[in-house]
Write a protein that binds this ligand. Structure first.
Ligand code: UD1
Length: 456
């Protein structure tokens, strides 16, 4: 079995070989949502009773979160995408740096640990190589709820103020609708004394999933999915069974891949309205979209250039900006892609240009002139979603590509290449003796570039 650091270097020595000019056809089964599963795992810390989570995707990010929980003393049993979580024997309220490093979502445990145990020590989170990823909104919100917080040598040390023995409900207005901060504060407020109101809360489906599970556990959370969430604190939370929602980002990635290759596929199960901003843009760019129950079928046609601006839900998701940019490289006409959420999420642009795309980047705005075709190349994905974009580009391209940096891809896409294979794409995972650093694919040294690459 491969695990820990060895697993990382093992993944770095792998690549996907893609035979270009591929087509997709058929049905693809969508996994449970990574970002939901991660926060639901954190929420399981709020009860001493057993939580059963179904539809948990097998991903390296989930494994990291499981290891963090195990280190706290949580018992976990995983079988066939079902996870049994037993948090009754938690003995430590501190997350070690070695486990947290590279998994931003691990920071979201702080709200649950603090409200349940009165104390939590969590290292500052790492983040995907997509911008500074501050945590000020988490901290300010927890302080408003009655926490005393000190940051010492990169460790966030939180405890409930001496004058009170529980966090207390309050009115919090977020400066921006941060997904992580909304989740941290909902968890913290669920066991606080009295009512908390979170204004300018994020409305992402993953937050709604968290609130659904917490309410099953006995929490009293109202109006989630709206800008103002109300939480009436309770004394105790209980065990429950919960099924993770389908991964809208994975589904969107497959739909975009189908549009980019003028293919017809069906993604299922999905919650179609979670993907409305994406299917609207795909329609605008020429694809036919048919929604039936919990499935979406796309018939890719000629691709027209369309503009997108990423935005918090229900807007176009930042996590699909890179894949959509890959689609626009071969559109008829021009398009303008504006990244508004993260300041440094355009890693894929210069790589797509190497493949023959015509993209001019001005800070966070990509001006794309569609080209007839792009060419296959050997490239390294530098973050999760830009890796997916490169794979889509490799499928579109003339000639073959090898995409490295699979440690990013495997964080967020369950069985990606197997699913593409089932859809008819010629794609194989190759196992190399030398890492891609040694092979010299544009990365100068491990310390310079690879250490910057962390998890979202
Ligand atoms: C989550 C998702 C990530 C997605 C992102 C936006 C998880 C594990 N990750 O990340 O896939 O791309 O939402 O949909 O769920 N900000 C602050 N202060 C804070 C927190 C955030 O200024 O305290 C800013 C960030 O810099 C960023 C924006 O808010 O510009 C959105 O970030 P946020 O929604 O918090 O993203 P994450 O929760 O980290």
């Amino acid at each position: 079995m491969i695990c820990g650091r060895d697993k990382d270097s093992y993944l770095k020595s792998q690549n996907l070989k893609i035979f270009g000019e591929g087509k997709l056809n058929g049905l693809v089964e969508i996994s449970g949502a990574k970002n939901s599963a991660l926060v639901l795992l954190a929420a399981s810390l709020l009860t001493n009773e057993r939580i059963i989570l179904e539809n948990v995707p097998r991903l390296t990010d989930i494994e990291k979160m499981e290891n963090i929980l195990k280190n706290l003393g949580v018992n976990l049993l995983y079988k066939n995408n079902k996870l049994e979580i037993d948090s009754q024997n938690i003995s430590i309220k501190e997350l070690p740096y070695e486990l947290v490093n590279g998994l931003r979502a691990s920071f979201f445990c702080i709200g649950a640990l603090l409200t349940k145990f009165g104390v939590a020590k969590v290292p500052m989170p790492g983040g995907c190589n997509i911008g500074s990823r501050p945590i000020d909104e988490h901290i300010k919100g927890l302080e408003a709820l009655g926490a005393e917080i000190n940051i010492e040598e990169g460790i966030v040390k939180a405890k409930i103020k001496k004058s009170i023995n529980k966090l207390h409900g309050t009115h919090i207005k977020l400066k921006c609708p941060s997904v992580g901060a909304t989740e941290t504060l909902i968890m913290a407020a669920s066991l606080a004394e009295g009512r908390t109101i979170i204004e300018n809360a994020a409305r992402e489906p993953e937050i709604q999933d968290l609130c659904q599970m917490l309410n099953k556990m006995g929490a009293k959370i109202y109006d989630f999915g709206k800008e103002k969430i109300i939480i009436d604190g309770v004394n105790k939370l209980f065990g429950c069974s919960h099924k993770v929602i389908p991964d809208r980002i994975e589904a969107g990635t497959f739909l975009i891949a189908a549009a980019a290759t003028s293919s017809s596929i069906t993604v299922s199960p999905v919650t179609p309205h979670h993907l409305e901003a994406v299917t609207d843009k795909l329609k605008e760019s020429g694809s036919k979209i048919t929604i039936k129950g919990n499935s979406i079928t796309i018939n890719g046609k000629d691709i027209k250039g369309v503009d997108i601006d990423t935005a918090p839900f229900p807007g176009f998701p930042t996590d699909l900006q890179a894949p959509f940019t890959a689609l626009m490289t071969i559109a008829n006409g021009k398009s303008k892609i504006t990244e508004t959420i993260f300041e440094d999420r355009m890693n894929h642009v210069h790589l797509l240009n190497k493949m023959g795309a015509d993209i001019k980047l001005d800070k966070n705005v990509a001006y794309i002139k569609g080209v007839k075709s792009i060419k296959g190349m050997d490239l390294i994905g530098l973050d999760l979603r830009s890796s997916a974009a490169l794979i889509i580009a490799g499928i579109i391209a003339k000639g073959n590509s090898r995409i490295y940096g699979l440690e990013h891809l495997d964080r967020g896409y369950e069985n990606f290449e197997s699913k593409l294979k089932i859809l008819g794409v010629s794609i194989n995972r190759e196992f190399n003796k030398r890492t891609y650093v040694e092979r010299g694919y544009g990365i100068k040294s491990e310390s310079e570039s690879l250490t910057k690459i962390k998890a979202a």
